[in-house]
Design a protein around this ligand. Structure first.
Ligand code: ADP
Ligand code: MG
Length: 303
């Protein structure tokens, strides 16, 4: 049985289908990323999975329960990262963790959790006095306090500096190593590449692709680029090498685009022709290219 199963879910606000017919499943111990530009519908979808919002149509199962009707059962087993919490700023970090611990039958000891998240020194600080990144880490600690088997994280690293972001990635990896399941949203492609077993790309409320990063890149990433400097003019025969889709010369550099094993084929072709490669770089498409090829826009251009 899937940990999360969502079938044909639509959530409309008036005329706007913020989530538009999304179906997806998340299996045990997977980290699944929902990625898309601002306004794509990520938070709306996550709110529905968390039971904080109700789909206009479609159905959702979480750990075999309905997120709305069975909210009290799921609260013990699911962790949700708060976005804002009205009460918390008036508490000290330690007090907030103590309060949340009291909600659960078997809370984790929270001091080690603060250590892991790098905010142990903030135990006696008011939540209101923390930086954005520190407050975000408090919210993560609160989401983890009952050691949930399923964790929902919305824009986990958005206001964090690069160092805190890497630390947060380690936290997610550790959660995964402990056998848990994570559904996260992000608008950072590199975050999806670094953390997720599978990535759901959503654009304007619609799921446009769902696969491993490797699968998405190989299906939708397009060509890789090989840049070579040769000891002679570019041999015209390169265009017919298997996998090569284009060959261009720019000053002394030969730029070859292609797919599959084209780079290896090009190099052995050049070796046979007696050409010497004096410099070489290769760049492969990433999730940015996948998004561009699937939606016709870059993540930044998208509304
Ligand atoms: N409560 C709401 N009422 C009206 N429109 C909303 C509401 N919540 C979200 N939207 C709209 O739905 C779309 C998707 O928003 P959201 O799910 O927050 O996107 P994301 O999290 O991907 O940035 C946006 O156009 C947003 O303005
Ligand atoms: Mg959002």
């Amino acid at each position: 049985m899937s940990v999360v199963s969502c079938r044909d879910v639509t959530r409309s606000f008036g005329d706007l289908a913020a989530v538009d017919g999304v179906s997806l499943s998340v299996e045990q111990n997977e980290v699944v990323g929902i990625i898309g530009p601002n306004g794509a519908g990520k938070t709306t979808l996550l709110n529905c999975l968390e039971g904080l919002d109700v789909p206009t149509s479609g159905s959702i199962d979480v750990l075999g329960f309905c997120p709305v009707k069975d909210a009290h059962v799921l609260a013990q087993r699911v962790g949700v990262q708060l976005q804002h919490a009205a009460l918390l700023p008036r508490l000290k970090v330690g007090e907030a963790l103590e309060l949340f611990s009291s909600f659960y039958a078997r809370p984790m000891p929270w001091r080690p959790l603060l250590e892991t998240l790098g905010i142990a020194a903030k135990e006696k600080s008011y939540v209101a006095k923390l930086s954005g990144g520190e407050r975000q880490r408090v919210f993560i600690a609160l989401a983890l306090i009952h050691d949930p088997e399923l964790l929902f994280l919305d824009e986990l690293t958005t206001s964090l500096d690069p160092q805190a972001r890497l630390a947060m990635w380690e936290v997610v990896r550790d959660i995964r190593r402990r056998g848990k399941t994570v559904v996260l949203t992000t608008h950072y492609m590199e975050e999806a590449e670094a953390l997720c077993d599978r990535v759901a790309i959503i654009n304007q409320g619609r799921l446009v692709a769902l696969d491993t990063v490797r699968g998405l890149i190989s299906a939708h990433g397009g060509d890789s680029t090989l840049r070579l400097t040769l000891d002679r003019p570019t041999p015209p025969t390169l265009t017919s090498v298997e996998g090569v889709s284009s060959v261009n010369s720019d000053n002394a550099v030969t730029i070859i685009r292609g797919r599959g094993a084209f780079a290896q084929n090009v190099l052995s072709h050049l070796t046979q022709a007696g050409a010497v490669v004096t410099d070489m770089t290769m760049s492969s498409p990433g999730m940015e290219e996948v998004f561009l090829n699937l939606t016709g826009r870059t993540m930044r251009e998208a509304p």
